[in-house]
Design a protein around this ligand. Structure first.
Ligand code: SIN
Length: 483
């Protein structure tokens, strides 16, 4: 890795203003594309996690007293530093996560945009004045930070999932203890170097690397931690939710998805193919919002599938540092085994392979972008979150059938559909049981809009004005005996 600022790559955790170096027994981090060892980060212990929480709690007592404008300036500076060091941050991300460098640069911009957004929102925390039931009373509602927040973030977006949790928390006046994914801690650490440089006081943010079970259980057990924000799988989210009940923590859970992508008979097929490529193949299909099930009307099935297969054939699978690559590796062996076995089972049960259908020669963790048709609900691939570069297509014959199939899942994060009919667009967007709906649009992620699901995809919104509310408590204040 050639970095302009080599100190952004740091083999250490950050415990309330103190850098804790990785010992010889640290957690090894590898490049998923080459298998190369990148470095080590420490296994933060239960006692160190408690120390970070205690320090976050004492930092909270002073940090919450900063004005909105002061917090905004810190966040703004952090944002500027991210933009200044975009290239180094992207290189670190590609090295540990595998995504193509152009995509990593895009993620740094996306991640920084949350800091910029919440720097602006920090100044706009408004309360309410209510009409009291008695003329001698005055009632107001004030908003205050919830307190120490824990954030547990995933490997698929090593920077953006951090800034969209930590940004609003710090804007609201909370302090944060962050546990990044084991596979991608160096992006989190690099962001933390820049947060320290931006001037966040010690204790306002800690980055605790190591084992999820050890760090997570301390976060959950602590009554000082008043909120947990988690992005990851639904089974893990359910366990965290149950464990958070003991201390009745506030929660934001951004969990799994099983996004339908519906192409109606009247759709602009070229636009639908372009949207499908954007939605499905971002990060090699390893996103919670990526299209997971394509439902295509009988009338346009062949045209859509043949154009899509041609576009998929143009993708270039390879190492993220190769400028030609548009599809990087999957994150680990478990991921490649899962994708391979889902595709193999679908093929055995009658799915037709229109492109790919096998691992890729670029390396152990690469899978060839794949298009399968004639997929049916009897196949596991239809129900599972694939998290890989595989398109599965099922036919439908009318709107009601498409909506019924789309909603027939415990998940409810994102849904997409393509149509030129305004009535259909309005009706279907209301009927879909999902937190995010893209109509004639495959790229729906932005800091300005509320990101979050319904049903077993979780609850709590991230980004937008709603994202800040998740880190604020409303307090009702009643003044009596006013003459
Ligand atoms: C995710 O996959 O969890 C996040 C994707 C996004 O922010 O677009």
């Amino acid at each position: 890795m050639k970095l302009s600022r080599p100190d952004l790559f740091r083999e250490a955790a950050y415990l309330a203003g103190r850098w804790v170096p990785a010992g010889s027994e640290g957690l090894a981090v590898h490049n998923p594309s080459t298998g190369e060892l990148l470095g080590y980060v420490p296994y933060i212990s239960a006692a160190e996690t408690q120390e970070a929480i205690a320090k976050a709690d004492s930092a909270f007592q002073s940090y919450k007293r900063l004005t909105g404008k002061e917090r905004a300036s810190l966040l703004r500076r952090w944002y500027e530093l991210m933009i200044e060091h975009r290239e180094d941050l992207a290189i670190i991300m590609t090295a540990e996560q595998g995504k193509p460098l152009a995509e990593a640069r895009g993620e740094i911009d996306y991640a920084a945009a949350y800091l910029e957004w919440f720097a602006e929102e920090a100044k706009r925390v408004y309360g309410d004045t209510l009409l009291a039931p008695k003329s001698t009373q005055r009632i107001s509602v004030i908003k205050q930070p919830v307190g120490v927040c824990a954030a547990i973030t995933p490997w698929n977006f090593p920077s953006a999932m951090i800034t969209r949790k930590v940004g609003p928390a710090l804007a609201a006046g909370c302090t944060v203890v962050l546990k990044p994914a084991q596979q991608t801690p160096f992006s989190a650490i690099a962001l933390c170097v820049l947060a320290e440089e931006a001037g966040f006081p010690p204790g306002t943010i800690s980055v605790l690397t190591g084992k999820a079970a050890e760090i997570g259980s301390e976060m959950l057990a602590s009554s000082r931690v008043r909120k947990l924000s988690f992005t990851g799988s639904t089974p893990v989210g359910k366990k965290l939710m149950a464990a958070a009940a003991d201390t009745v923590k506030k929660l934001s859970l951004e969990l799994g998805g099983n996004a339908p992508f519906i192409v109606f008979g009247d759709a602009d097929i070229d636009a639908a193919v372009a949207g499908a490529m954007t939605s499905k193949f971002r990060n090699a299909g390893q996103t919670c919002v990526c299209a997971n099930r394509f439902l295509v009307h009988n009338d346009c099935h062949e045209e859509f599938v043949s154009k899509l297969a041609a576009a998929v054939a143009n993708l270039s699978t390879g190492d993220g540092f190769d400028p030609q690559s548009t599809i990087g590796p999957l994150i680990d062996e478990k991921a490649i085994e899962k994708v391979s076995s889902l595709v193999d089972e679908a093929r055995e049960k009658g799915a037709q392979v229109r492109h790919g259908g096998h691992p890729h020669s670029a390396g152990k963790l690469f899978y060839t972008p794949t298009v399968l048709t004639e997929v049916t609900p009897e196949m596991s691939i239809f129900h599972e979150e694939i998290f890989g570069p595989v398109v599965i297509v099922q036919r439908f014959s009318d709107d009601a059938e498409a909506v019924r199939i789309a909603n027939d899942t415990p998940y409810g994060l994102a849904a997409y559909f393509y149509t030129r009919n305004l009535n259909r667009a309005l009706r279907v967007s209301e009927e879909l049981e999902f937190g995010i709906v893209g109509i004639n649009e495959g790229a729906i992620s932005t800091e300005v809009a509320p990101f979050g699901g319904v049903k077993e995809s979780g609850f709590g919104k991230e980004g937008s004005k709603y994202g800040l509310e998740e880190y604020l408590e409303k307090k009702y204040v009643c003044i009596g005996n006013v003459n």
